[in-house]
Design a protein around this ligand. Structure first.
Ligand SMILES: CC(C)(COP(=O)(O)OP(=O)(O)OC[C@H]1O[C@@H](n2cnc3c(N)ncnc32)[C@H](O)[C@@H]1OP(=O)(O)O)[C@@H](O)C(=O)NCCC(=O)NCCS
Length: 336
């Protein structure tokens, strides 16, 4: 009889570009102010990558860091999962460009597009592939170069102020001692709200034959458009619900959780979630003031920092929670 292997996060890694962009730097690009940004979002700085670095370059550095942290070599990776909303090119998927840079030719790759919940979905897929015995070591990477998506127009500035660049990665493999583990992953989505935060063009739903037109650029259809209030309210609701759902599913209470690592959407959202669920800031990992919102990369970067700054200790119960455009949300419970 074969037993199902328990999977765990064996290693994590991150890469943040060195250029720091302040709120006052943004005032050169759009009509905004440090006061508005700090008061509404808590963000003070973000990092921007240089033009010559693509999402796959940021991801490759985070992946190498994660594989080394796991004590593995790249040739021990059996599958690569990549999540980004800022791919290297329109097609094929960004995972192919990342795979080539990591020297993983022949290894299966999977592009997923789960926005800010990319790590939660990536961990869930990795856990299932490992427990099914299909793979031994899965590398999940989340990378974003959101500085290429800054639109300082009146319609674009509400989201532009949040965005930063960076990458994070996690290696999932069999638990060495059966104690460390991915205890649960819970996934949700609700496409009825897909247009609350989306980019209309290019796309096949524009009622025409052309892929892209000059009017797409002029009208701003190529830029993110966000209903900020809908995203804020749903983000707080869904991340709070996901925390309680994870606790219920695992027969735990909030007191059992040592560290909560949430998607770093916006400091005000994190404060609202803390209040809603009744968790102390001391247990919540927060870096959004320093890095802004890096979409899918925020969560693995925060997880890696929380592990390497000593906030997460071996044996701790760590709850990851995320929400993103789609809407998409979910949780992952880890024993560190
Ligand atoms: C972005 C956010 C701070 C904007 O706050 P908001 O109150 O919803 O903003 P609105 O878009 O309704 O605009 C309110 C006012 O602020 C203004 N405003 C919006 N962005 C601004 C900016 N960057 N600088 C200055 N003023 C701005 C608007 O023009 C509007 O002014 P008006 O009433 O005179 O037209 C807020 O919606 C938010 O944090 N939402 C969640 C965003 C998020 O986390 N997204 C990522 C999801 S993973």
């Amino acid at each position: 009889m074969t037993s199902t292997p328990q999977s765990c996060v064996l290693g994590t890694g991150r890469y943040l570009p060195s250029q720091v962009v302040t709120n006052s730097d943004l005032t050169n690009l759009m009509e905004t102010s440090d006061e508005f940004i700090v008061q509404r979002t808590g963000v003070r700085h973000r990092r921007w990558a240089p033009p010559e670095m693509a999402a796959s370059d940021l991801a490759a550095l985070a992946c190498r860091d994660a594989v080394a942290d796991a004590g593995l070599s790249m040739d021990q990776i059996d599958m690569l999962i990549m999540n980004t909303i800022t791919p290297d090119h329109a097609d094929p998927g960004c995972a192919f460009f990342l795979q080539a840079k990591l020297g993983l030719a022949g290894t299966p790759v999977l592009d997923i597009k789960q926005q800010c919940a990319g790590l939660i979905y990536g961990l869930s897929l990795a856990d299932h592939f490992i427990r099914a015995g299909t793979c031994r070591h899965v590398l999940a990477a989340c990378s974003e170069k959101l500085s290429t998506r800054i639109d300082g127009s009146y319609e674009g500035r509400n989201i532009a102020i949040l965005l930063g660049d960076g990458a994070g990665a996690a290696v999932v493999g069999p638990s060495p001692d059966g104690r460390r583990g991915i205890l649960s992953t819970i996934l949700h989505a609700d496409g009825r709200h897909a247009k609350a935060l989306y980019t209309a063009a290019p796309g096949s739903a524009l009622g025409r034959r052309e892929h892209l037109t000059p009017d797409d650029l002029q009208s701003g259809r190529v830029h993110f458009r966000m209903d900020g209030k809908a995203v804020f309210t749903n983000g707080v609701d869904k991340m709070s619900e996901a925390i309680f759902e994870c606790l219920d599913a695992n027969g735990l209470t909030l007191d059992d959780i040592d560290v909560l690592v949430p998607h770093q959407a916006n400091l005000r959202m994190l404060e609202a979630i803390e209040q809603r669920v009744g968790i102390s800031r001391k247990k919540v990992y927060v870096n959004v003031e320093e890095y802004g919102n890096i979409a899918s990369a925020s969560l693995p970067i925060a997880l890696d920092e929380s592990r390497h700054t000593g906030m997460v200790q071996p044996g701790n119960l760590v709850l990851l929670v995320a929400f993103g455009s789609g809407f998409v949300w979910g949780s992952a419970l880890l024993r560190a």
